[in-house]
Design a protein around this ligand. Structure first.
Ligand code: KIV
Ligand code: ZN
Length: 519
């Protein structure tokens, strides 16, 4: 007999809260559709009061999702809860999630004493429950909350009608033994605990989020809150792929089941990495580029004789195909469409036409086109609505600096050219962009990776820009590293402009203090 564990994905809320990971509306809908399709039980689609954009994303996801429960986050006040309900109510299965920080440090922020906070919890859960029959309560920073007070908050929330009780390890402070024990004791000591689902929500500050979540399940939790690739504030949240695969592979000691189709893991992992601009570390468990790579001679020899020598799960279990050599310059549109679908990209005809042109250009320059090349190709943003587009560039470099760059950009429909110098080819190219489109964006991150092997490999480049607290990440790929860098820079700049325009008309998401429970 296996016990069902509900998977609650918060990539679009806690994940999207990581600085620089902001996604566009279309990207959020796309990720939500993938989560819905792969069997995630509950999707936390956003924080509706935070901005008009968050509200629109949660409402649209609520309208479009077919299978999952759609949840929105709200602080413990009526205004947040009402706004959350207005967004999630369109879902076939809506949920309101409301929370307050219950530890001494968090209680000090809204300046509530224990009794006032207890009353607030009662009122807010009751109010939420009058709107929706599916209500989740979270005692934020539960793992640093005094035991008696934590028990009291959980007891009040259950009596007021909460159907799920979440015990977050907000700052990634707990350890597995403690995590299991906390849930076990709450279930044993709080009246009515057996009528609700206990959830675990762990952050990875000490690298223990996955272990803590699984230990909480051992202690009786039946909902794990997690994100794709472990995306999330600071060191991130529990990684969905890790908990799901751990329970699948180690059924002998963790006899729990989930509804997740694990073969969809790789596709969504790549897509989240692309849209969030947070690349997956090479040696990341389950979804890292090296997770199934066997390089040393002894390992390869063992693998050839029997894959189980070094593999505890098959690459196909997580949606990785056996062969990565896929296409060449003679491949047609149908083959490209089908290969991209395997990689998690469903394209409309006009999108396919655009990608097909770029694929042919790449195949002409590169002898072999691998899966990773196609993923890099898909990362390139050629959005019609971009204000700035690269028309052409030429960089002259060598041992006798300074390096020079001639560049033409199309800005708001008009071509403009410039010639600049710089300390290296990339610097000269970035200076050209700055000369043509003046901006205050500061470069926070510049990262280059080779997609595949060989000197004709594509380089994928990530660029993160910051302007007045707004952060935007751009990515691009090209066999020419300087071109890839320039396109990534322009991509980040286009995203920054969108963000700048959005905050001019809406109120800034940052102005809603996530930690502030006040009304
Ligand atoms: O980490 C946390 O405590 C949260 C809550 C809002 C659940 O994200
Ligand atoms: Zn969190």
């Amino acid at each position: 007999m296996t016990d069902r564990v509900y998977i609650f994905d918060t990539t679009l809320r806690d994940g999207e809260q990581s600085p620089g990971a902001t996604m566009t509306h279309a990207e959020k809908l796309e990720i939500a559709a993938m989560l819905d399709d792969m069997g995630v039980d509950i999707i936390e689609a956003g924080f509706p009061i935070a901005s008009e954009g968050d509200f629109a994303a949660v409402s649209d996801i609520a309208r479009l999702s077919k299978n999952s429960v759609i949840c929105g986050l709200s602080r413990a006040n009526f205004k947040d809860i009402d706004r959350c309900w207005d967004a999630v109510k369109h879902a076939a299965q809506p949920r309101i999630h409301t929370f307050i920080g219950t530890s001494p440090l968090h209680r000090a922020i809204p300046n509530l004493d224990m009794d006032q906070m207890a009353e607030r919890i009662h009122d807010c859960v009751t109010h939420a429950r009058n709107l929706c029959d599916n209500v989740q309560w979270s005692s934020m920073d539960a793992t640093r909350t005094e035991w008696e007070f934590l028990k009291r908050t959980v007891d009040i929330a259950i009596k007021a009608g909460a159907t799920t009780i979440n015990i977050p390890d907000t700052v990634g402070y707990t350890a597995p033994v403690e995590s299991a024990d906390l849930i076990r004791r709450l279930i044993a000591e709080v009246d009515g605990a057996d009528e609700v689902v206990f959830a675990t929500h762990c952050h990875n500050d000490l690298g223990m989020a996955t272990a803590n979540s699984l230990a909480a399940v051992e202690g009786g939790a039946r909902q794990i809150e997690c994100t794709i690739n472990g995306l999330g504030e600071r060191a991130g949240n529990t990684a969905l792929e890790e908990v799901v695969m751990a329970m699948k592979v180690r059924q002998d000691i963790m006899p729990f089941s989930t509804g997740v189709d694990t073969t969809k893991i790789m596709g969504i992992s790549r897509r989240v990495a692309t849209v969030s601009g947070f690349p997956v570390q090479f040696n990341k468990a389950i979804v890292g580029k090296n997770a199934f790579a066997h390089e040393s001679g002894i390992h390869q020899d063992g693998m050839l004789k029997n894959a189980e020598t070094f593999e505890i799960m098959r690459p196909t279990d997580v949606g990785l195909s056996e062969t990565s050599l896929v296409m060449g310059k003679h491949s047609g549109r149908a083959a490209l469409r089908s290969k991209l679908a395997d990689l998690g990209y469903e394209l409309a005809d006009n999108q396919l036409s655009d990608v097909f042109v770029r694929f042919k250009e790449l195949a002409d320059r590169k002898k072999e086109v691998f899966e990773d090349d196609l993923i890099a190709l898909m990362r390139q943003n050629n959005a019609e609505e971009d204000r700035i587009k690269l028309v052409s560039m030429r960089v002259v470099c060598g041992t006798m600096g300074p390096q020079t760059c001639e560049m033409t950009l199309n800005i708001d429909g008009a071509d403009q050219s410039v010639e600049t110098t710089g300390d290296g080819p990339v610097d000269s190219a970035f200076n050209a962009v700055k000369a043509l489109f003046a901006h205050e964006g500061r470069l926070q991150l510049y990262q280059v990776n080779a997609v595949t092997e060989g000197t004709d490999a594509q380089a994928t480049v990530s660029v993160r820009l910051e302007e007045d607290g707004r952060i935007a990440t751009g990515q691009s790929a090209d066999t020419d590293t300087v071109v890839a860098s320039t396109k990534a820079y322009i991509n980040a700049l286009n995203r920054l402009i969108v963000r700048r325009e959005k905050t001019a008309v809406n109120f800034d998401r940052k102005s809603v203090n996530y930690r502030d429970a006040g009304e």
